[in-house]
Design a binder for this molecule. Structure first.
Ligand code: SAM
Length: 278
């Protein structure tokens, strides 16, 4: 018979792919919680089956959080409630911070169980500076809003971490190359901790060209190295950048976009874009 848990909110990180990454402590808390607040109860049911546990669950996600939260906070005084998201660390591009805020305001006991997080795992794979990093999360999907978001963060002197999906990767990398600079170093980490884990590195121009026509499957984190004394783009880089832009834009617009990201002459780039197109 398990000892009952002290009442309070237990924030539990869960695996981002490999179930073996669930910590023994996380498994213990999930097996003993009075209630599990789960982003998707079907996803968490699988995890509970994996550890041979069966606990009551309540959905807690962006669409019902405001309605469900007061009831959860009221129960924290007498019950142990675990908060989990579908994968990784709750609150990292996932719901939960308002629950913690309100639990804290109510004087509840709050405990965190650290564990997998795709952003941190990708940083460890990328081979880019990790002393300072800025987590961006998901960029907007509309092109104008995406370019504005990228412009806001272009000068931050840190590695940048983005969550992405396969179908949006090519357009996102082209926008990053245009907005951050073609020669900035980057990495695309995919399917971390799963069978087909990989990490592809290169300049943003190279990555944009590689993924312009090829939408990879699976879950993706993009890491971009800090701005710095980046060398001026080489001809190969420029061609890759122009090709990536030409895959989305007419010649004049492609040349304009690459001119903006590299500071090079637009007329020269237009002439080269015409050659590449031919
Ligand atoms: N809370 C999670 C965490 O701690 O990483 C992130 C949740 S967010 C809704 C989901 C995004 O995380 C995915 O779209 C992808 O960008 C990234 N992600 C999650 N698992 C991943 C994995 N195994 N490999 C690469 N990226 C992953």
């Amino acid at each position: 018979m398990h000892e009952p848990l002290a009442p309070g909110l237990y924030i539990v990180a869960t695996p981002i792919g490999n179930l073996g990454d669930l910590s023994p402590r996380a498994a213990d808390i999930l097996s003993r919680a009075d209630l599990i607040a789960a982003e998707d109860t079907r996803v968490t049911a699988k995890l509970l089956r994996h550890i041979g546990a069966e606990r009551p669950m309540i959905p807690y996600h962006d669409h019902n959080a405001d309605r469900v939260r007061p009831g959860l906070v009221a129960r924290l005084a007498g019950e142990a409630i675990a908060l989990v998201s579908d994968a990784g660390t709750p609150m990292i591009s996932d719901p939960g911070f308002k629950l913690v805020r309100d639990a804290r305001a109510a004087g509840a006991n709050i405990v965190t169980l650290p564990g997998p997080c795709a952003a941190v795992a990708a940083l460890t794979l990328a081979g880019l500076p990790t002393d300072r990093f800025f987590f961006v999360g998901f960029l907007p999907s509309k092109e104008k809003a995406r370019l504005e978001s990228i412009a806001e963060i272009a000068a931050i002197r840190a590695s940048l971490v983005f969550y992405e999906s396969g179908p949006r990767l090519g357009a996102a990398l082209a926008a990053l190359a245009a907005g951050l600079g073609a020669a900035r170093e980057g990495a695309v980490a995919r399917e971390i901790s799963k069978r087909f884990e990989e990490c592809v590195t290169g300049t943003l121009a190279e990555l944009a060209a590689r993924y312009a026509e090829d939408a990879p499957k699976g879950e993706i984190v993009v890491v971009v190295g800090p701005p710095g004394a980046a060398p001026r783009p080489q001809v190969d880089d420029l061609d890759a950048l122009l090709r990536a832009a030409l895959a989305r834009l007419p010649v004049a617009k492609a040349a304009k976009e690459v001119a903006a990201s590299t500071g090079l002459d637009r007329h020269h780039l237009y002439a080269r874009a015409l050659e590449l197109k031919a």
